[in-house]
Design a protein around this ligand. Sequence first.
Ligand code: SD4
Length: 353
Amino acid sequence: MRKLLPSLLFLLLKLSYTFAGSPFVATTWAFTQATINAWEQLNSYDLALDALTVGCRTCQAMQCDFTVGYGGSPDENGESTLDALIFDGNTMNMGAVGGLRGIKDAIGVARKVLENTQHSFLVGSLATAFAKDMGFPEESLTTNYSSNQYETWKESNCQPNFWQDVTPDPTKSCGPYKPKSTCSLRRRHPDPILTNEIPQDIPESVFNTGNHDTIGMIVMNAYGHLVAGTSTNGANHKIPGRVGDSPIPGAGAYADSEVGAAVGTGDGDVMMRFLPSFLAVEQMRQGATPSQAAQTAIDRITRKYPSFFGGIVAVDKNGTVGAACNGMDRFPYTVANRTSNGAVVYYADCKQT
Ligand code: SD4
């Protein structure tokens, strides 16, 4: 028996390794290089947080579609600001930054918030001060590309923009704007509680396939440690100070190693009101498949905003991946796992609403 003990122990360890889960990386959009880099990192060290950081950092450095990292989505002052989140599904701890100015590595700073503070979320210029203390260099996030984007927008009379119910008419001018009188506001927006009215759908979304592409990434290691995160430069021509859904837990990303994880991308001003990543994880907790869970999260939004633009990727703790979307024909997402032989891009067909 004594002789058998080591082999029995080894077998037990091997079994728990096998059943703990099958490691994977899943990413919004066709961000293959980010997925491959995260997967290689995972294979080398099997640390989910490191793999996610490496993956998101890849897109930040590559300026994926100019909507992740520096030099994209300039705000109304021409400045790029960054949002990022990293959520640990083992500890239910997180780190996030919103409206980060002058620091390129937003996911790195979010990781520092997670690991070196008891806080969850730092924003704006004071997040920059924190990042500098943590050793990140302060540098301009403006490039020729982003200043051209900004100049072209100014030349087109600041169209499109995110203003409403202001004067002068935001569809014809650059501001500065003032609110319209409260009386006209009331006429335009009757109290939905009193009228039981479904809110107006988004007039014409500034979000579309040319203005999107947050990286949302989910990683699970061989021991079933699930983490989820995001990195983005947000919305093109946003009003300065705007933070999107991406750094908000349950909106941009959510993970619970006992269940699964989800990430979202799209019109964050609308999506954050529905906490779609949280909802998708809770659906999986109730037994929904990842595809069903992602679809439920999307349906919850389209019920009120039928034309919103966005997608959700959900993965359960067994590594089954699903996705759902709205406002486009199909939504690409990328997966790497033990059988994929590199990163494979899949497409979810959006349900026609
Ligand atoms: C935001 N959700 O800031 C992000 C942008 C995005 O696809 O994902 N676009 O609203």
